[in-house]
Design a protein around this ligand. Structure first.
Ligand SMILES: [Zn+2]
Length: 432
């Protein structure tokens, strides 16, 4: 830092709890927040299933090598070009892992067939567990680490970035796992002889601290691979349409009960027809769209089909086109006596029964925009080669990313639906 202040940076590196190594490695590679459920799995290393920086690197033909803590192999089996890993479970052992790394570090630094080298030293952590932070053994361990960092820093060229960081801090007694200030605070040191790390604006200063989850997008951009997004985001790919589907399903159940024995199958057929329409619409959208913008526009054909289905729904659930043919009296059977003569509830039910198809199809309108995107995520083959990309796999989130497009699509869909129904009403008035 003193010798080359421009080429180096040293800042606090803040971890998210739980500050156990397994959870921290997940956070540092997926860029997402670990869950507490995972804390119990610390001793049963499990392969990471979320999208992560290692998978993105491997997918884009970057060679990754790893040295040190064997937790890496449990999390990322078969991903590394070379690995020199040593057992990490014995916290009383201060040197096996570190010395193992040192045996291979020199040789690996000389090779130039890798893009990313991960060296995970464990001695400092184990020394904390065994002796605590204020012990001569810790001083010795830290000065050993300092010599290694110096040596590596002297060896790297202008096209290499050296990052040195701890995945967690420790308490005054040398433990970790919780969320106290000492446990979540590690350090991040960055150095490259080819980079100027001074802020572009001379009046601003280096960041006061850096979040550990931010290392993933930073590395992805630096190495030219897409930023991984975790399962959390994949799961949300249906979150936008989930409330619509839930509300419509709940109302469908009510409608089926109101429709009664004879007409319930008709409701079922209507649902199957509508679902099939979504599938056909999704296939058509993905086959014809040439770019993402087109894909996000609701199709006029889909809207017309949706309108026709809503009208069709009115008839298949047993309704006649004239008011005089409605069975008004039937709706009020059973509501005398205890109901005190209030007609509110029966009127609500008869209204619901009568216009349910229009209401349901109206409520499910957002699905016209969302369904092709969600179905494209569920069936990646649909997307074909033309539009298959990291971006289209974001599904419904394509709209969340483009609030203007989303507003436009919603306005167009709702407006067209109302317009079609208004036109139908007008025609009805004329004919009567
Ligand atoms: Zn530890």
């Amino acid at each position: 830092m003193d010798a080359k202040p421009k080429e180096a940076m040293l800042v606090p590196f803040i971890a998210d709890a739980p500050t156990t190594t397994m959870q921290r490695l997940k956070g540092l590679t997926t860029g997402s927040l670990p869950t507490f459920i995972d804390a119990s799995q610390n001793f049963a290393s499990e392969e990471i299933s979320e999208d992560n920086i290692i998978d993105q690197l491997v997918k884009h033909q970057k060679q990754v090598i790893v040295l040190g803590d064997d937790t890496w192999n449990g999390l990322f089996p078969r991903r590394f070009k070379r690995s020199f890993l040593f057992p990490s479970f014995n916290v009383m052992d201060l040197h096996t892992v570190d010395n193992g790394i040192l045996q291979h570090l020199e040789e690996e630094l000389q090779k130039n067939d890798w893009n990313v080298m991960i060296s995970h030293f464990l001695g400092v952590d184990h020394c904390g567990h065994r002796y605590g932070p204020d012990h001569p053994e810790m001083t010795a361990k830290l000065s050993q680490m300092n010599d290694i960092i110096k040596n590596v820093a002297d060896r790297i060229g202008t096209d290499t970035l050296l990052l040195v960081f701890g995945d967690h801090g420790m308490t005054k007694t040398g433990d970790h796992g919780g969320d106290s200030q000492g446990e979540i605070t590690a350090a991040l040191f960055a150095y490259s002889p080819g980079l100027n790390m001074m802020p572009a604006n001379p009046n601003s200063i280096h960041p006061v601290q850096v979040s550990q989850v931010d290392i993933v997008p930073t590395l992805a951009l630096a190495l030219g691979v897409p930023i991984p997004y975790s399962n959390l985001v994949y799961g949300l790919a249906t979150a936008v349409s989930a409330p619509v589907v839930s509300i419509v399903t709940a109302l469908l159940v009510v409608l089926t009960m109101l429709a009664g024995d004879g007409l319930a199958p008709a409701v079922l057929v209507l649902v199957v027809t509508a679902t099939s329409c979504f599938m056909v619409q999704a296939v058509c959208s993905w086959m014809t769209a040439n770019d993402i913008e087109t894909l996000l526009k609701p199709s006029w054909t889909a809207l017309s089909v949706w309108f026709i289905l809503s009208v069709h729904g009115f008839y298949v659930t047993g309704h006649q086109p004239t008011f005089s043919s409605l069975h008004w009296s039937a709706a009020f059977v059973g509501f005398t006596g205890d109901w005190g003569g209030s007609n509110f509830f029966p009127a609500l039910l008869v209204g619901f029964n009568t216009f349910m198809a229009q209401i349901l199809f109206g409520l499910s309108l957002p699905l016209i925009v969302l369904a092709p995107l969600a179905i494209g995520v569920a069936f990646p083959r649909l997307r074909g080669n033309r539009l298959e990309s990291e971006e289209t796999s974001r599904g419904e989130f394509l709209l969340v990313d483009r609030p203007e497009k989303a507003k436009e699509a919603v306005l167009f869909t709702a407006g067209s639906y109302i317009l079609l129904h208004a036109a139908k009403c007008y025609k009805n008035n004329l004919s009567s």
